[in-house]
Design a protein around this ligand. Structure first.
Ligand code: GUN
Length: 283
């Protein structure tokens, strides 16, 4: 049986239409949701990402500003910009694109963002809120994965979810979100002794490593849901994920494609978080 696709583009269209409607309603109350995107340096991938984020704002009725700085911007100067944005009433969300140049302490910059404007969900206050179940912003990529599971009506209660990857941006928050929905969660990583032995038990696998073919067909339980967070290039230069898509789709029950899966959902959830930040100030 060939797996059904979870279409991140289609789901994004639906969710973004809701964002646009809520943004319009907020605007009628005199509040235009605003996102500031800060880019330091000239990382080519980051330039594409920030352009896509700003365009998504424009397309859905959110105000956005893109602040671009040279790679030699000092940490103090960046902290001063974050402080200014914290105090700017037209800005409800602040995103500092990562990675930052090596001379800047990224965690220090993230902690300087006001938690009320931390739409990336990377601040320790946001991480703590997720861990304890308090209200706060959820990191956009794992949040998007949860929306994809919700879109197929998947009930996680009692299911075994295996997360491959333990980053602060995806793996760890993903595990906490799955746990909050009553899944039994296993986190695997580069030191896991037998990854296949873990994933073969999984009803849901989330692959978030950043390496091709981390998950192959022989590692997947028939009918499992496979979510591919990876964003890699194959030998031909084509975009691909962490999952051997052609092989795994013949075993899995559901699978997300790359491109057109998790990628658009990350930006969609950034819009959702920014809108909610603005709604919190308006209500
Ligand atoms: N770099 C790669 N992904 C992300 C993200 O989601 N947010 C930020 N700020 N930087 C990133």
């Amino acid at each position: 049986m060939t797996a059904q696709l979870i279409d991140g583009n289609a789901l994004s269209r639906t969710l973004r239409a809701d964002v646009a409607a809520r943004a319009a309603a907020l605007k009628a109350l005199g509040v235009t949701p605003g996102l500031a995107v800060v880019l330091v340096g000239e990382n080519p991938a980051s330039q594409v990402y920030v352009r896509n984020k700003v365009k998504a704002c424009e397309d859905n009725g959110l105000h956005s500003v893109l602040e671009k700085y040279p790679a030699d911007l000092s940490e103090a100067e960046l902290l001063a910009r974050v402080d200014a944005l914290n105090n700017d009433p037209a800005i409800h969300g602040i995103l500092v694109q990562l990675p930052l140049p090596a001379h800047i302490d990224a965690q220090k910059v993230i902690e300087a963002i006001s938690p009320e404007k931390d739409v990336d969900g990377f601040h320790v206050a946001s991480a703590g809120a997720l861990m304890t179940g308090a209200p706060g912003f959820w990191p956009c990529t794992p949040y998007g994965c949860m929306k994809m599971l919700e879109s197929i009506g998947y009930d996680l209660r009692g299911k075994h979810a295996v997360v491959i990857g333990r980053s602060n941006i995806v793996g760890k928050p993903m595990a906490l979100m799955l746990l909050a929905k009553n899944a039994t969660v296993t986190i695997c990583h580069s030191a896991t002794a037998d990854l296949g032995a873990m994933t073969r038990q999984a009803d849901v696998v989330v692959a978030a490593v950043g390496k091709r073919n981390v998950l192959t067909a022989d590692m997947v339980k028939p009918g499992a849901v496979v979510i591919d967070v990876g964003m890699n290039r194959n030998d031909a230069g084509k975009l691909c994920g962490d999952v051997d898509f052609d092989g795994v789709r013949e075993v899995a029950g559901w699978i997300t494609p790359v491109p057109g899966g998790v990628g658009p959902m990350t930006i969609t959830m950034l819009l959702v978080n920014t809108l909610e930040a603005a709604e919190r100030t308006a209500h």
